[in-house]
Design a protein around this ligand. Structure first.
Ligand code: HEM
Ligand code: CU
Length: 556
């Protein structure tokens, strides 16, 4: 029996979420392809500068905000249902958050795409960071607000299931798949308050014309209050897969239950009070608070290094179960012919590289060297663009069969896909990092920096631009392979009662060795709030004390 037969209602919800996620991935990916080509003189003619920003907004919103959120919702529905062994409590409620989120997404997407219609007044070329002075049609912000509210409801749905389960299991530890989902959602509640206040309190009134002036610093600060934690909202579900499923795919078991819980607790505590590291160059925030944010950001390396240790130890255990020997030779015994495993493993390797460039971004002084250059997209295509996106694609090869009751088709194409993504991203991201060091800005529709076409381009900016274009093309091919394999398997894969081996073994060191205090959600949630208040109350007070909409206000 597979998930579909055991929990048919939850399977339907998870599938609906995955369909929306994959459509967003397809459209957003297409825009990425156009952006990458746009960096060469040869393919620049198709879209003008105004349209470039429409596409760039669509790319960022559809991939970083929509693809991720819907995929995560599907993944958590799967994990919470399975680990608590109960279907969602009330299907009307469950479907209502799904549809609310979808309506919000459609409103947002339509306002963005309106920018491609000549003379349309419905526009939202405000990029996925959407803070002033760029202004969008009100429907863009209202759509975003609906998505956020719906995601809160989704979280409430999982807490609801957990509370019901708790009544019948008063003394048991929170099952690990539910633990990770609930801690991720607690972090999401803490951080989305900032963006909700920004959108509802400032941007919607401003876009409707109820207020005409707006201070730039306050909405930026509220956005970045959310904007770093959101990266952990994307990343923790990838960790979810690496902790819960990857050890099994490697042929072994999770190394330590305790390490897993500790890591999620640290992320809940430290993800939010770090937002100023996106504002090192902003005037109006005292340097001491920026320093505090730098310190907490650097502390966040700790749970990621712990993850590296635990996940690699689990993989090594798996490889040794499969007959692996030696200090490093065991790596060869890992299942390098399994698409789900390969995608997760390569995603993890790229994440390590993303961690290094992230340390540079986080350093107050070196940050100035790369601030707002194309280095930054170089960095986050390794993190969200690969560690997260490639993990999500890879684990779909394992999840979708469980949800549809059909076997995966075209295994060879599925296996080529993650390797192609790795290759394309190596080219694109490396060139972006190099170009950024040379001072090339990000988010520019006019990217030409030196001669093109018939001149030798090696060693010039044009060479890096071409590498971005070629890397982007390989990525697009990889994306098409993914969508093709998934669609074909979903529609026409061979039907089976057990299309994949979905058994997940117990950890090597189980919950009985894990301190009980780690499961105390109220305690950790309260501590998270205190850390946020320490970081944000004084600077926010300085910003609003002279009037909330007062433009240009600086601390005295
Ligand atoms: C920006 C290409 C996949 C998220 C960019 C840029 C390029 C690009 C060239 C820089 C544009 C500029 O600064 O002017 C691609 C290609 C992809 C891909 C070819 C694969 C086919 C992804 C994925 C994600 C992602 C999977 C996230 C899940 C972003 C974000 C931005 C961006 C958030 C920044 C947008 C902004 O600055 O407002 N992409 N990308 N991309 N990409 Fe991608
Ligand atoms: Cu950040």
């Amino acid at each position: 029996m597979t998930f579909l037969h055991q929990y048919p209602k939850a399977a339907k919800v998870a599938k609906a979420n995955f369909i929306v996620a994959f459509i967003a991935l397809a459209i957003g990916g297409l825009f990425g392809f156009i952006q990458a080509l746009h960096r060469t003189d040869v393919f620049r003619g198709f879209f003008n500068s105004g349209e470039y920003y429409t596409l760039l907004t669509g790319h960022g919103v559809l991939l970083a905000l929509i693809f991720t959120t819907f995929f995560i919702a599907g993944l958590f529905v799967w994990g919470v249902t399975r680990s608590l062994d109960r279907e969602p409590e009330n299907m009307t409620f469950t479907w209502s958050w799904f549809w609310l989120m979808t309506i919000g997404l459609i409103m947002t997407a339509v306002t963005i795409l309106g920018g491609l219609v000549p003379d349309s007044s419905i526009r939202a070329a405000v990029l996925y960071t959407f803070y002033p002075p760029l202004q969008a049609h009100p429907a863009f912000y209202i759509g975003l607000a609906l998505v956020i509210v719906a995601s809160w409801m989704a979280g409430a749905d999982w807490f609801w299931s957990y509370n019901k389960w708790r009544k019948n299991h008063p003394d048991e530890r929170i099952p690990i798949l539910t633990f990770m989902a609930l801690f991720t959602m607690m972090m999401w509640y803490v951080c989305t308050i900032g963006v909700a206040v920004e959108v509802v309190g400032l941007l919607i009134p401003w876009s409707l014309g109820w207020v005409t002036e707006i201070e730039p610093l306050l909405p930026r600060t509220l956005f970045w209050y959310f904007g770093h934690a959101v990266v952990y909202f994307w990343l923790l579900p990838a960790y979810y897969v690496w902790y819960a499923i990857l050890p099994k795919l490697s042929g072994g078991r999770l190394f330590s239950d305790a390490m897993t819980r500790i890591v999620f607790v640290i992320f809940l505590l430290l993800s939010t009070p770090v937002g100023y590291h996106h504002q090192y160059a902003d005037p109006g925030i005292s340097v001491g608070f920026k320093f505090y944010a730098m310190a907490t950001t650097m502390l966040l390396l700790l749970p990621s290094l712990m993850t590296l240790f635990t996940v690699v130890a689990s993989m090594e255990h798996g490889a040794r179960q499969r007959g692996g020997k030696g200090y490093l030779k065991w790596i060869g015994k890992l299942p390098w012919d399994s698409p789900a495993f390969v995608g997760c493993a390569l995603a993890g390797i790229m994440f390590a590289a993303g961690g290094f460039s992230g340390m540079i971004n986080a350093s107050m002084n070196i940050n100035l060297l790369i601030h707002n250059t194309i280095w930054v997209p170089g960095h986050f295509h390794l993190t969200v663009g690969t560690a997260v996106a490639l993990t999500f694609m890879a684990i779909s090869y394992w999840l979708i069969p469980q949800l549809t009751g059909r076997k995966l088709k075209f295994k060879t194409l599925a296996l080529i896909q993650p390797y192609a993504w790795f290759l394309g991203m190596t080219l694109m991201s490396n060139a972006m990092h190099r170009a950024g060091l040379a001072g090339v800005p990000r988010r520019t529709a006019e990217p030409q920096y030196s001669g093109f076409e018939f001149e030798p381009i090696f060693g010039t900016m044009a060479e890096m631009d071409w590498q971005i274009a070629i890397g982007g093309t390989i990525l697009t091919i990889s994306l098409i392979l993914f969508l093709w394999v998934i669609t074909a398997s979903w529609m026409g894969g061979e039907k089976s009662d057990r299309p994949v081996d979905d058994y997940i073994p117990e950890p090597l060191s189980g919950a009985e060795h894990t301190p009980k205090i780690l499961d105390n959600m109220k305690l950790w949630f309260a501590l998270a709030i205190i850390l946020v208040l320490l970081a944000y109350s004084f600077p926010l007070w300085e910003m609003i004390s002279d009037g909330i909409f007062e433009p240009g206000a600086l601390p005295r």
